[in-house]
Write a protein that binds this ligand. Structure first.
Ligand SMILES: *Cc1c(COP(=O)(O)O)cnc(C)c1O
Length: 355
């Protein structure tokens, strides 16, 4: 608290990221980072980009990166927007594409940055409860043509549930809400769910965001992007150019461009993680955890014979971090990022001893 803070700063409800302890070495299974390295081609491109040209401003349009993303998804250049992390892309989306005088609809259990941005941009947030099995209730988003809302946002697959919605259900939501933008946050899409990109051609109200932080192992680089109708992209560009004309530095543009071109590396990494995820899910079920069906690089699991918070604290004491949320409906769960096979073996061993 300070008398120098603005009224808005006083009222904020900032997002709390997972712990990034700098004091000791932990096995980090708490922030959904990728345990495998990024594409060697991306690392090489970043090395090459760190040269004397750094004295110049980078390309404000990040043309090479946008074109590479457009090529990857067979879209037009005008259908792609890039930013300094998908969180930043989402922030611009809140300013550019929501009707701020009406509530934003999102699931009650979802990504914590949506309510944080609602408080930053002074937007009401209507939280729609997930069903008892933690799936999204499609019909709750489909009443009265979208006149009651300023927009819709949810991750697909959802976080922290890990559960994916079918393209069929997404299409039902898009059709029922032609007056507002529906934002699908596909941060985890490469781990087994279907991207909604093919729906962009049919639905001008669809905006998809993605990130290089999870499946492409580049959380440290901070690159995200959005895809949608050119009118939506132009709205985002207007906001971006009113905020920071050069959000991506030369190194980030070079690294992300090389990364998205290396499709083989992406496939290999994701396949390894999916395989480990399925193995860990089974092992946890054998130890009497309820494990939600995940299409992400984490599992959301509830120990039926133990206290989740105590497990989290005990694991931390033993140098292993997972994520615990105290929110009412999910206080009995742990969110466990899928690490390497060795890390997960160690995790399972520790859990077995505690249960
Ligand atoms: C990790 C995550 C993001 C943020 O990605 P960055 O590009 O690293 O900002 C966005 N949405 C969801 C649901 C996430 O889990």
């Amino acid at each position: 608290m300070s008398k120098f803070w603005s009224k808005r700063a006083h009222q904020l409800d900032p997002y709390t990221p997972g712990e990034q302890p700098q004091d000791q070495q932990y096995i980090k299974l708490n922030t959904n980072e990728n345990p495998y390295p990024p594409s060697p081609k991306a690392i090489e491109a970043m090395r090459l980009a760190s040269d004397e040209l750094m004295r110049l401003y980078p390309d404000p349009t990040a043309r090479d990166l946008k074109q590479a993303i457009a090529d990857f998804y067979t879209l037009d250049y005008e259908q792609v927007f890039v930013g300094n992390s998908s969180d930043e892309v989402l922030a611009h989306t809140f300013v550019a594409l929501l009707k701020q005088d009406k509530p934003l609809f999102s699931p009650d259990i979802s990504y914590g940055f949506y309510p944080a941005y609602c408080s930053l941009f002074n937007i009401e947030n209507t939280k729609i409860p997930l069903a008892d099995d933690f799936t999204i209730c499609v019909e709750d988003y489909c009443k009265d043509g979208g006149k009651d809302k300023g927009g819709i946002i949810f991750p697909n697959p959802n976080a922290p549930s890990g559960i994916a919605l079918s393209l069929n259900d997404i299409e039902i939501i898009l059709k029922a809400n032609p007056e507002v933008v529906v934002v699908i946050d596909e941060a985890y899409i490469d781990f087994g769910a279907d991207t909604a990109v093919p729906l962009i051609a049919k639905y001008p109200n669809l905006l998809i965001t993605q990130t290089f932080s999870k499946s492409r192992s580049l959380a440290g680089l901070r690159v995200g992007f959005a895809m949608g109708h050119p009118d939506l992209i132009e709205g985002l560009e207007r906001v971006k150019n009113s905020f920071n004309s050069y959000p991506l530095d030369r190194v980030a543009i070079a690294g992300a461009t090389a990364s998205i071109k290396d499709t083989k590396h992406l496939d290999n990494t994701c396949q390894k993680i999916i395989k480990t995820r399925e193995r860990v899910s089974l092992a946890l079920e054998k130890m009497d955890f309820t494990v939600l069906p995940s299409k992400t690089n984490f599992v959301f699991a509830k120990p039926n014979q133990a206290d989740a918070k105590k497990l989290y604290l005990d694991l931390k004491e033993q140098g292993l971090l997972v994520r615990y949320f105290s929110a009412p409906r999910i206080a009995g769960f742990l969110r466990i990022t899928i690490g390497t096979n060795e890390e997960m073996d160690e995790f399972l061993l520790k859990i077995e001893k505690m249960i």
